[in-house]
Design a protein around this ligand. Structure first.
Ligand SMILES: NC(=O)c1ccc[n+]([C@@H]2O[C@H](COP(=O)([O-])OP(=O)(O)OC[C@H]3O[C@@H](n4cnc5c(N)ncnc54)[C@H](O)[C@@H]3O)[C@@H](O)[C@H]2O)c1
Length: 379
């Protein structure tokens, strides 16, 4: 099947590479000629590295590179069986583009979006034949991250879902199917990793370095929340939080933090600006954590209970199965364990107890335990 990818930025270039590596011919379209050249150069550099590491032969590398056609002409998508859109995260722009796209492709072409935060139903809303719209959500970097969330909209025909799932699986990806709800699985369930860490900081319980130390050293996460937010960018991470909060009709569980907002406003985006929660300038000394194991354990217990509560909520609200939620968090954001599995190891009564303690201390809806935990429903 000929694959079209719209947008040759971070995600589009990666998705095009994945498709080409899996034997497809790919049409990669971007309005910006320079971006296309950049994507082509980047792929050539990646291939050189892979040849050096003997992960790909010279021949295969040439085939992969030759399989991608770089173009600024949208109508070049005409013979495609699937087009994956990965342009700017703006609904008005996506609407315009999907309307154009539908005019140039065949009636049987699947139209997918890689959006992280917009509803697939809203994107499909402008299509005349909306039963072929679907979300195919890759993680960054697309060639390396195994997870892909596939999101059927209310308009999506079952056959389109089946085709998308089997195609993306054939690319060696771990596929999870989820409901068209804000943040899908990963960007919803992961919110407390950042939000509760920020809240702990704001209450003066611990500083950034101590929270990061606790979550990595005791919690076993690859990166602490503040290091990770600095890596993702506080501008991007704050925007995702704000959009999920708004999309959930201001559910207090997703409330953004003033600390992150102020960091964003100050231009303290993180690594990319040289300053975030930490200072990345040359010679800067990173703050040392307070290695208090009792405090550290309390921090981990609290953030983990909130993450588990969110995982249960995603299952409770039928966003995805328990198995899919665990796969999503381990394969999409490298959590050391699936959250549902983790809850069973710790004991769901213990998680409920932690949440109820927080709920009664704060009296805030943010800490309400999910009914599955409250009623001891075994997943
Ligand atoms: N960056 C991530 O970590 C990430 C992860 C998952 C999903 N996403 C989603 O993927 C999409 C793309 O994100 P990105 O980070 O790759 O963005 P990006 O800014 O790196 O790239 C977007 C590209 O789209 C091009 N573009 C813009 N308007 C266009 C148009 N009308 N026609 C053709 N090309 C156009 C731009 O020139 C640019 O090259 C967004 O919807 C985003 O939410 C991003």
């Amino acid at each position: 099947m000929l694959i079209g990818v719209l947008g040759a930025g971070t995600m589009g270039a990666g998705i095009a590479q994945v498709a080409a590596q899996n034997g497809h011919q790919v049409i990669l379209v971007d309005t910006n000629e320079e971006q296309l050249q950049k994507a082509q150069k980047q792929l050539s550099n990646t291939m050189l590295r892979l040849i050096e590491k003997q992960k790909v032969t010279k021949e295969k590398s040439s085939d992969i590179q030759a399989a991608i056609t770089y173009t600024t002409v949208l109508s070049d998508f005409a013979p495609c069986g699937l087009v994956i859109e990965a342009i700017v995260e703006n609904l008005a722009v996506k609407h315009e583009v999907f309307s154009h796209l539908e005019k140039v492709v065949s009636d049987t072409c699947i139209l997918a979006s890689n959006t992280s935060s917009l509803s697939i139903a809203s994107i499909g809303g402008v299509l005349k034949k909306a039963n072929r719209v679907i979300g195919i959500h890759f993680f960054n970097p697309a060639p390396l991250m195994p997870l892909v969330e596939i999101i059927p909209a209310v308009q999506t025909e079952n056959e389109i879902l089946e085709q998308a799932v089997s195609l993306v699986k054939s690319w060696g990806k771990t596929v999870v199917v989820c409901k068209d709800t804000p943040g899908f699985i990963v960007n919803r369930v992961a919110r407390p990793f950042y939000g509760e860490a920020l809240r702990i900081y704001e209450e003066g319980i611990a500083d950034f370095a101590t929270i990061d130390w606790a979550m990595t050293e005791i919690g076993g996460f690859k990166m602490g929340p503040f290091t990770l937010m600095d890596y993702i960018g506080n501008d991007v991470n704050y925007a995702v939080t704000a959009s999920v909060f708004e999309a959930f009709y201001y559910d207090p569980r997703f409330k953004p933090s003033f600390t992150q907002k102020r960091h964003k406003e100050a231009g303290y985006f993180g690594r990319k600006t040289g300053r975030g929660y930490y200072d990345y300038s040359e010679g800067a000394i990173l703050p040392t954590p307070t290695k208090d194991y009792v405090l550290g354990q309390q921090i981990v217990d609290r953030i983990l209970a909130m993450l588990i509560n969110e995982a249960y909520d995603a299952v409770f609200m039928q966003v995805a199965t328990a198995e899919a939620v665990d796969l999503a968090m381990t394969k999409g954001v490298n959590y050391p364990k699936g959250l549902i599995e983790w809850s069973k190891e710790i004991g769901t009564k213990e998680i409920l107890n932690r949440l109820e303690t927080l709920f009664s201390f704060y009296g805030e809806d943010r800490y309400r335990p999910n009914p599955l935990l409250r009623n001891n429903v075994f997943l």
